[in-house]
Design a binder for this molecule. Sequence first.
Ligand code: URP
Ligand code: ZN
Ligand code: ZN
Length: 475
Amino acid sequence: MARTVITGGTVVTATETMEADVLIDGEVVAGIAAAGEHGWAEGADRVIDASGKYVIPGAIDVHTHFELPFGGTFVSDSFETGTRAGAHGGTTSIVDFAVQVKGERVMEGFENWMRKAEGNCAIDYGFHMIVGDINDESLKEMDAIVDEGVTSFKLFMAYPGVLYSDDGEIFRAMQQAADSGTTIMMHAENGIAIDVLREQAVARGETDPKYHTVTRPPATESEAVHRAITLAELAGAPLYVVHMSAKEAVVELTEARDRGLNVFGETCPQYLFLSWEDHVSAPGFEGAKYVCSTPIRPRSEGHQEYLWNALARGDLQIVSTDHAGFFYDDDETMGRQKRLGEGNFTLIPNGLPGVEERLNVMYQGGVVEGRLSLNRWVDVCCTTPAKMFGMYPNKGTIAVGSDADIVVYDPSASFVYTPDTIHMNIDYTAYDGMEINGKPDVVLSRGKVVVENDQYVGRKGDGRYLKRGTSDCLI
Ligand code: URP
Ligand code: ZN
Ligand code: ZN
């Protein structure tokens, strides 16, 4: 088994910052010690010099969508291209969403997604299950699928007629989750009210991309979050609210957490950096690039600042990406994607790319610009995702016995995001023009170097399926 030593770096975990060397034996961390207290370099197969760099746990993105059929097309990244791009950005595990559609068995949906991913991933991967057809059979299958390592289920209060579930269905699924100790993930928006607002906007001729945000006002999110919390409390189920963007919704979550409920929330970089004024309202059709749900909100309403503060003080626990990219311009292979909605914003496929940029933009906006400590950056991008979704301590930290998923992060590097500096299968980056003062220098996945010198040096299929346990975050 190959022995690798990472020397001279500053090891940063969610709770500690220390000058230490790290010994990797095969796929796991075998030792952490101060330089001079060990003789690991002798006999090592490889020594990685991390002087002046941070040594952090590989980042974990618990919300990606690869190869998802959505909005009349497919997400443009496959498991191969998406996980490789993630590795470039320092992400060493993803948790994607397998989908059960109407009329299908839960297990069929899971097997379909396993087939898409198997043998194609650059990094380790797991699945949440979207239960799109809640009935007696699928409720039983929610229990059975726990044996396959699927311990979290996403439900939708949005998208009526597609993935939407009504309150009764949601409540039954929550009761099932309460029994099995699993977690309900909620897309919390009042989809019924939103559909009325969308229809009325289009009838008035309000068809530009900017009306996507206008027809999903904060109350459509906060009402749904409140209702989801109420149902989860009644059922006694843990609740994790995905892609939160409205400050009013975070207020609901915070109030429930203060009452001691097992409710958790994630936000995504697009809500922390982008705004309705500068992005969704861009001239022409450009705003379509930033159409996602929940929507990117007006900066003037103070959501961004509120979300950053909520992350810093722990009212929000995780930053994921909700990666769901669609080409802006027509693509030879993917065809018409965002442009499906030219002339009618309701037909723009919802979603943004981002699996590659998360760790870097969070370093820039969080650590460099003083909104998050180094440890909190690691916590929200690496550690709490692992704890929340049953992967800790194998993933999400650097400790003896943990998987050697490690990023040597160079705070002296700098670069600018442009369509030419990304590796995702897409023609734009949501962070175009953003300067990043930091960069993954070397990325290791279970002890193997997969990215160095800006090159992907791993192999398709290196990623292993993650059978996850239940959450470690519950009180
Ligand atoms: O706009 C989004 N979020 N697209 C992806 C699907 C979802 O709702 O997570
Ligand atoms: Zn969603
Ligand atoms: Zn999503």
